[in-house]
Design a protein around this ligand. Structure first.
Ligand SMILES: Cc1cc2nc3c(=O)[nH]c(=O)nc-3n(C[C@H](O)[C@H](O)[C@H](O)COP(=O)(O)OP(=O)(O)OC[C@H]3O[C@@H](n4cnc5c(N)ncnc54)[C@H](O)[C@@H]3O)c2cc1C
Length: 419
């Protein structure tokens, strides 16, 4: 590359893309940074969207970076611009609008898009929302004042966030999920019961083993018919049915993909000078010793900062215990490391207190603690992370509950996710 400044290109201006750009600029004052995103906004915090939807956070507080920051840091940000083709041989990408542009080193930070509801009537339904983008949150915020009844489908975190927000806004809220309880692959029946109690405390109507069969317009509202026996006339319908990773533009390019873009522990792909980070990266996780895809803000932020160093020539493995922390109605939930969702072979130990709405589930592979879920009191969270990270054998697995009960410093809540 001689004395020419390196031309970095980043697809996606979410947490992974933006924090990578920030770090590149910090470490290389001369480089050129081009960042492209098809949304119309500078970086905003998706983790803040539920609080914005609940009406407890102003729209302006959702943004993390403004255009001025990009100008000051000489990051050439192209919004409402889609990358529709990449040639790894030529080292060029094609943008619409903008045409073809060369790069020296490329970061793929394209995240995922929400899976649509596939049911008769869904395509034409007027107040049917996914919950991934700022624009969807704005659409729901505009509709809530005209609404009395909401239906939500989805037994994972986005389903929960929609339910929580609608109930908080005083809507009669029906929460449908296809499984027998929330997070059915990671929680057991008892954990599901604790979530049921928390949801009922918040006034939510729960409908398990139920999905949406069809939607029909009805005098400005939507008639929702379930697959079992559910039926309601709703003002709004929210769905959280998982994400599909944005990897379509790399089909037939030779880039190795699975659900996301496969990388090694350095976040490098199989293509020279191409890295992936954030939700879309299915990276080799040194801690759990397997390929892993995370869908969390902190993981995307840390990936972004970390990959910048490797894009500048370092070769440092990414080593973090994956964590997810969220509110759970008037309580909290924290998921750490690997659970039976990703590793069905993991053995679980449970401690539950229905009365206090507290639940702890620890996951072991042999005599090693590999993951945990805590609901209610977050005491012991730091200790769990430490034990997972250390990978020390624990012959008496039940003793971990005792360790978690010992005093420790308070932990950060999801609401304070680093910006
Ligand atoms: C409602 C909600 C609540 C959440 N709550 C939590 C929480 O409590 N805790 C937590 O840790 N995490 C939470 N998350 C998840 C977290 O926000 C994400 O993991 C994180 O923001 C992902 O960042 P990213 O940079 O990898 O991808 P994204 O933020 O998805 O950014 C990717 C960007 O690339 C763009 N793009 C894709 N393809 C192209 C293309 N070809 N050309 C141009 N642009 C393209 C996309 O439109 C998008 O803007 C939540 C997410 C949502 C939606």
């Amino acid at each position: 590359m001689g004395s020419q400044p390196t031309r970095f290109a980043i697809i996606g201006n979410g947490a992974a893309g933006t924090y990578c750009a920030e770090q590149l600029r910090k470490l290389d004052a001369a480089c050129e940074i081009l960042m492209i995103d098809d949304e119309p906004y500078t970086l905003y915090n998706r983790v803040s969207l539920p609080r914005y939807l609940r009406g407890v956070l102003l729209e302006q507080r959702v943004y993390v970076r403004d255009m001025e920051w990009h100008v000051k840091n000489r990051i050439d940000l192209r919004l409402e611009t889609k990358v529709d083709q990449v040639s790894f041989d030529e080292k060029t990408l094609h943008m619409e609008p903008g045409g073809e542009i060369p790069y020296d080193r490329l970061l793929i930070a394209t995240g995922g898009r929400p899976n649509p509801l596939k049911a008769p009537g869904a395509e034409d339904a007027k107040y049917l929302f996914n919950f991934q983008y700022f624009d969807e949150a704005k659409g729901m915020v505009a509709r809530i004042p005209e609404s009395k009844v909401a239906v939500v489908l989805g037994g994972s975190f986005i389903g929960y966030e929609l339910t929580e927000a609608f109930a908080h806004r005083g809507l009669e809220t029906h929460w449908l999920m296809r499984g027998p309880w929330f997070l059915r692959r990671a929680l057991d029946k008892e954990g599901g019961e604790v979530i049921t109690l928390l949801a009922r405390d918040a006034g939510v109507h729960l409908h398990y083993d139920e999905a949406i069969d069809r939607l029909e317009p009805m005098n400005g509202q939507t008639k929702v018919t379930g697959t079992k026996d559910f039926s309601a006339t709703a003002d709004m319908v929210g769905v959280g049915l998982g994400l599909t990773m944005n990897i379509d533009i790399f089909a037939d390019t030779g880039l190795e993909t699975n659900v996301g873009v496969l990388t090694d522990e350095f976040l490098a792909t199989n293509i020279p000078d191409v890295w992936a980070a954030g939700d879309v990266a299915e990276f080799y996780d040194v801690v759990s010793q397997r390929h892993h895809r995370m869908g969390t803000w902190d993981n995307s932020l840390n990936h972004g900062r970390h990959v910048a160093k490797n894009m500048l020539g370092a070769k440092e493995p990414y080593v973090e215990v994956p964590t997810y922390a969220s509110g759970m109605f008037n309580s909290n939930i924290s998921v750490m490391g690997v659970t039976t969702e990703e590793e069905p072979e993991a053995e679980a130990l449970v401690e539950v207190d229905h009365q206090g709405r507290n639940y702890k589930r620890l996951f072991f592979l042999g005599d090693r603690l590999v993951g945990a879920i805590l609901v209610g009191k977050m005491k012991g969270r730091k200790k769990v992370l430490e034990l997972i990270h250390q990978r020390t054998p624990i012959p008496d697995r039940g003793s971990v509950f005792g360790l978690l009960a010992m005093p420790e410093l308070p932990v950060k809540a999801a609401a304070t996710t680093e910006q």
